[in-house]
Every structure is written in structure tokens, then in C-alpha cells.
Design a protein around this ligand. Structure first.
Ligand code: ACO
Ligand code: ZN
Length: 543
């Protein structure tokens, strides 16, 4: 059996090579809530971090720790402006006690940590502050939409607009920062929302179509509707449907990682977040999962015994897609409750803001597998409400860390939109999106919309007469919800207001960036390999 061996990273240090605090140094003990500069794991840099917990480990004299009554103090810290997956136990020598700050006042509903921590990092624990990393991640797209003056080559008209008030733009809803800041910012920038638009259907620069009264008032009403009494956008109340129903982020225990390692098939994986596995499992060095039924076991021996009995070699449910070695299985959360619950427990290790644990009945699960002669090995999944009042076509989405950054995230997203197309609907992912969720959706939306615009342009009867397109057209073609179409075009800076009309300008840079990402995208969904028909769950009484 090939294991990806864990880095030598024992949870608790066994020797004390650094100044350990004796109990007498109680002045230097930090309590929960205090904030101090803490040295990052992979480098000398110090970042402000909140103390979430503290524990003291008695150190025996033989291990070099000095007096028998000394102890090693460990702090569980959350780095401000970094994603929670970077939270860790640190020894006191990584803390700069000269910079300690008193506890911050936490805004209600801020999700536990003061800063929220929206930073981006891979599963390898490499960290970057939000701004820096986002620049590098989204750089390709941004640099691709430079000067409009070079743009004459590809112009597509764009029509109509919609408020993004309810769901907010992805920026405003990405997990992490306080939502209202982003929201405010977004609305200021939004060309389709901010300007009193004289035209709704925008074709070419010189061929605008008048906007109907209805549309104009709907758009402005929607914008007005988002403003709160004090002038700022309102904070929506926490939703209790979808996958948000069991969110205990304010609970201290649930803010801390509780599982050290998991072993799943060939992989040993370090969890990112808390997951409510039975408490006995939080005490073992590694939790062993059956890679087929996802049952959790406390030892390798138990897993081997289980594997002699477990009949599954693929997820339960129907295989609805197969192309080469990739398959999707559809699992009904009511019919396959145990599997669905095990999947949610596993997913929670890598999903911070949301997940459902027990009530899986209202959901379907679409599990992506790589198949070989042994069986179908889980790569990732997304869940979807059987009925969504808010047009969500994905509740939670996950690619397991060993498979991340290979294009599977976009493949899952593409699959979710293929299902929406077959349902004849447009859809959007449930909010909030995580930092990685936002990056992946942004990347998918950008590529898909530019593809659609190129297609529209190619099929235009007259090359010199650029075609007109509405937001609805783009939405219907791609099954991407209107709000997301608008926010993406705006984010890519493709929409320009020119001589009284909105024009989409596909610059050479945008197209170059697009073809670069297209070139990298090797795995795609082939709709011909999808055997699926949507069900009308509303007609079925209880699911
Ligand atoms: N840092 C920077 N960029 C990244 C990272 C990262 N760590 N991970 C992915 N990306 C970028 C990729 O470069 C790619 O962009 P490009 O096409 O412009 O190059 C894009 O994101 C998508 O990459 P994929 O390889 O297709 O995505 P991946 O397989 O890594 O899956 C996913 C993305 C599902 C979000 C994964 O990171 C994950 O499971 N994260 C943990 C769970 C999570 O946050 N899920 C989303 C929650 S939101 C919701 O559930 C609705
Ligand atoms: Zn099993």
C-alpha cells in the first residue's frame, strides 16, 4: 500500500528546545481572546493572531525541559486575515509577547473570529494574506482586460441588468471578511447598477434599444432595497435552510481542529477544520476511513477488518456519468443516509462555514470518482438541495486535498451547470462561498462567459456588425444565474459605457488570458456521457 507519508509533524513537541514558560511565569500566560504577533510556520514573519485556547503540558526533566514542575505552554491561534485552515497550536516561543493586544470586540454573528480570516492557502499550509494572493490568483484575468482603446477587435453588445442585492456579489459573500464592506464596495463599482441607464438592450455602440420602464424601476428598486436604514447595506439574517442549518461557529470547541489526520484509500490527509466526528476519534493519531462507504474507524486494524466485510467498491446510488476513468454517482440523502452523513462528516474537515451533518434527506449528492481495477475512488463531490427556493444548484462543493488544483473543482462546477441545463433552469452556488470556492467559481464563470461571447460573435451574420446580446441570453446559454453573469463581466472589466450604451469589449489581452486558461483545462464534461433526468421533487410530497 502506498501512503502519502505525513510530514514529521507531531502534534505535541516531545522536547523543549526553546524557552519554555515555567508556571511561575504566569505573567506571560495569555488568555483566550488576546491578540499577539505570532511567527508563521514557514518563515520568520510575524502576524497578528488571536489566542483561541491554551494548554500546558508538563515537561519531565529528562526531556531537557528543566525543572520537574515546568510546563510547556501551547496556544491554539487564529491568524487575523488568514483562513482558519491556518489555525494551529504554537509554542510560546513563536509569540512576540511585547506586542500583546487586549481582546477585540467581536461583532455579533461574525462567525467566531474577529477578522474572519479570508486568506488563501493551499492544503500545504502555505499562507498569503488575502490581498496579495488574490492579486496573484486573479492576475491573469485582470491583466487580460486592459486598455479599452485596443478593443475594437471584439465587441459584443450587452443588454439589461439586474440587482445583485439578494445574494450579493461573490466578493461580498465569500467567507471571511465582514460582508457589508465588500458589498458596499461592489455596489459602488457596478456599472450596470449604478448608472441611471438610458438603454437596456445594448447592442453596438451606436445601436441602443430603449430600456422599458419596468426594467428601469425594477433595477433601481432593487438597489434601493439593499440599503439599510443607516445608509449601509443590511446584514442578512443567517439562513436556516440549505446547508446552513447546523452552523455552530460561535462554539469554541468547533472553532478548533479536532482530528489530527485521516487516512482515505492511498492518502493521508491533514484536516483543515473541525468536524463533529465522535469524540473518541479526536484522541487517536489518525482516523481511518473506508474509501468506499466512508465509514470512520479508529485504527488500521479496524479498517482492515471492515474492508473484509464492506461490499461497496463505488458510492451507492446511480452512476449517472461516465467518461474514460471518471464517473459521477448520484446519491439520495434520504435513501443512503449513512453514506451521506459520512460524506458530510468528511467534507466538514475541509469546509469551514457550512455543512449539514445529520439531516441529509433534502439533499442529493453528486460524487466524482476516479475508477481503476480496484474500484471507484472518491475525488470530490457537491451537494444540491432537491428543491431550492433560491435557485441554488450547489450547496457544498469539495475536492479532496490530494486532488485539488488539477481542474476537478471546475469539472464539478461544470457538471452542476449541466444538471441545471437539463432542468431548464439557471443556478448559483449557495452563499457564503469560501475563498477557494470564490476563486474557482470566478475562474469557471469567466471562462464560460468568454466562451459564450466568442461563440455569439462567431455566429454573427456580419463580422463588421457586432451582435447584440442580453444578460438573459448569456444566462440561458450557460445556466449561470444573471447576478453571477453581471458580477463576472464587471469583475473582468469587460463592460464599458460608450456613447450611451453598454458594450462588452473583448480585448486582445482578455482573449489571450482566456486561451491560456482554456489550454490548461484538459478535463471537461461531455454532456453526451450524462444520463440524467431531473425530478420534480415538489410533486413528491416528502422527499
Ligand atoms: N490558491 C490559488 N488558486 C487556486 C487554489 C489555491 N489554493 N485552488 C484552486 N485555485 C484556482 C485554480 O488555479 C483555478 O483557476 P484557473 O483556472 O484560473 O487556473 C481555479 O481555482 C479552479 O481550480 P481547480 O483545480 O478546478 O479547483 P480545485 O480542484 O482545487 O477545487 C475547490 C476547488 C472545490 C474550491 C477546492 O479548493 C476545495 O475543495 N476547497 C475546500 C472546500 C471549499 O472551500 N469549497 C467551496 C466552498 S463554497 C460552496 O460550497 C458553495
Ligand atoms: Zn466500507
Amino acid at each position: 500500500q502506498q501512503h502519502q507519508k505525513p510530514a514529521q509533524q507531531p502534534h505535541l513537541p516531545t522536547s523543549v528546545s526553546t524557552p519554555s514558560l515555567g508556571r511561575s511565569d504566569s505573567l506571560l500566560l495569555l488568555s483566550e481572546g488576546f491578540v499577539a504577533p505570532v511567527r508563521l510556520k514557514n518563515g520568520g514573519e510575524y502576524r497578528l493572531a488571536e489566542i483561541l485556547s491554551r494548554r500546558e503540558i508538563p515537561v519531565s526533566p529528562s526531556s531537557g525541559g528543566g525543572n520537574a514542575d515546568s510546563s510547556l505552554v501551547m496556544y491554539y491561534v487564529h491568524f487575523e486575515d488568514f483562513n482558519k485552515r491556518l489555525d494551529e497550536w504554537v509554542s510560546a516561543d513563536r509569540i512576540d509577547f511585547t506586542g500583546v493586544q487586549p481582546p477585540r470586540v467581536r461583532p455579533p454573528g461574525s462567525g467566531g473570529s474577529v477578522s474572519g480570516g479570508g486568506g488563501i492557502a493551499g492544503g500545504n499550509g502555505m499562507a498569503n494574506p488575502v490581498s496579495g494572493e488574490r492579486r496573484s490568483v486573479l492576475g491573469a484575468a485582470e491583466t487580460g482586460v486592459g486598455a479599452t482603446s485596443t478593443a475594437a477587435s471584439s465587441v459584443v453588445g450587452v443588454a439589461d441588468s439586474v440587482s445583485n442585492s439578494r445574494a450579493g456579489t461573490p466578493d461580498s459573500t465569500a467567507s471571511g471578511g465582514p460582508h457589508h464592506h465588500h458589498n458596499h464596495h461592489q455596489q459602488h463599482q457596478h456599472p450596470l447598477l449604478n448608472k441611471k441607464r438610458p438603454y437596456s438592450a445594448i447592442c453596438l455602440a451606436d445601436s441602443g434599444v430603449d430600456q422599458s420602464e419596468d426594467e428601469a424601476s425594477a433595477a433601481s428598486a432593487a438597489v434601493v432595497g439593499t440599503a439599510s436604514a443607516n445608509g449601509g447595506p443590511p446584514l442578512p439574517p443567517p439562513r436556516q435552510t440549505g446547508s446552513m442549518a447546523h452552523n455552530h461557529d460561535d462554539n469554541k470547541v468547533m472553532r478548533m481542529k479536532n482530528i489530527e489526520w485521516i487516512e482515505l484509500g492511498r492518502y493521508r490527509i491533514k484536516p483543515w477544520y473541525f468536524s463533529p466526528y465522535p469524540v473518541e476519534l479526536t484522541k487517536v493519531a489518525c482516523v481511518y476511513l473506508c474509501e468506499f462507504c466512508l465509514k470512520y474507524l479508529k485504527s488500521d486494524t479496524c479498517l482492515r477488518r471492515h474492508l473484509t466485510k464492506c461490499q461497496l467498491r463505488h458510492p451507492p446510488g446511480n452512476e449517472i456519468y461516465r467518461r474514460q476513468n471518471l464517473s459521477f454517482f448520484e446519491i439520495d440523502g434520504r435513501k443512503n443516509k449513512a453514506y451521506s452523513q459520512h460524506l458530510c462528516l468528511l467534507a466538514k474537515l475541509f469546509l469551514d462555514h457550512k455543512t449539514l451533518y445529520y439531516d441529509t434527506d433534502p439533499f442529493l449528492f453528486y460524487v466524482l470518482c476516479e475508477t481503476d481495477s480496484v474500484g471507484c475512488h472518491i475525488v470530490g463531490y457537491f451537494s444540491k438541495e432537491k428543491e431550492s427556493a433560491e435557485d441554488f444548484n450547489v450547496a457544498c462543493i469539495l475536492v479532496l486535498p490530494p486532488f485539488q488544483r488539477k481542474g476537478y473543482g471546475k469539472l464539478l462546477i461544470e457538471f452542476s451547470y449541466e444538471l441545471s441545463k437539463l432542468e431548464g433552469e439557471t443556478g448559483s452556488p449557495e452563499k457564503p462561498l469560501s475563498d477557494l470556492g470564490l476563486i474557482s467559481y470566478r475562474a469557471y464563470w469567466s471562462q464560460t462567459l468568454i466562451d459564450a461571447l466568442l461563440e455569439i460573435k462567431r455566429s454573427a451574420p456580419n463580422e463588421n456588425d457586432p451582435p447584440s446580446v442580453t444578460i438573459n441570453d448569456l444566462s440561458e446559454r450557460t445556466a449561470i444565474k444573471r447576478e453571477d453573469v453581471i458580477s463576472t463581466l464587471q469583475h473582468l472589466n469587460l463592460v464599458h459605457y460608450y456613447k450611451g450604451v453598454y458594450v462588452i469589449v473583448l480585448t486582445k489581452e482578455a482573449l489571450d488570458a482566456h486561451s491560456r486558461t482554456q489550454g490548461k483545462r484538459r478535463i471537461r464534461i461531455d454532456p453526451k456521457c450524462l444520463q440524467w433526468q431531473g425530478k420534480d421533487w415538489s410533486k413528491r410530497g416528502r422527499w
